[in-house]
Design a protein. Structure first.
Length: 140
């Protein structure tokens, strides 16, 4: 089950049911079961505070993922800065919704077990993001 929240932003996420079905399918395709995942849309300022308080990192980011997975059950919190996603969409010359979906699936892929610390890991993560963004289009 995916739950959606906002903190320090007026952003409204319109595609909750579609998104939840998509993430359930992503997990199933990876041999996992979707458990309790919270997606918290927030501001840069709010996410910076989370980054400092819980990770000791004093810098802005687009997403922070907290992993509560047990066995094959994918559970966790995805804190997503709507501000950073907007900036990234301009930088990467993509629409906001596409960039937001990429960040969401990026967080879920972290919960599934994918990492992005090395170049091969980054390449695998990007490939999986692309694969699942294509899957999302088939669910529309």
């Amino acid at each position: 089950m995916v739950s959606y929240f906002t903190q320090d932003t007026s952003f409204v996420f319109k595609y909750k049911r579609l998104n939840s079905n998509w993430l359930k399918q992503v997990c199933a395709n990876e041999g996992k079961k979707l458990g309790a995942v919270s997606v918290i849309f927030c501001s840069d300022k709010y996410l910076l505070g989370v980054n400092i308080k819980y990770l000791g990192h004093d810098y802005y980011t687009d997403i922070i993922t907290f992993d509560y997975c047990e066995g094959a059950c994918v559970s966790g919190d995805l804190f997503i800065s709507v501000d950073s996603v907007k900036e990234n969409s301009v930088f990467y010359k993509t629409c906001f919704e596409d960039e937001l979906n990429r960040v969401i699936v990026h967080g879920v892929l972290h919960l599934i077990g994918y990492d992005d610390h090395t170049e091969p890991d980054v390449a695998m993560m990007r490939s999986k993001e692309d694969q699942y963004l294509e899957l999302r289009k088939t669910l529309l």
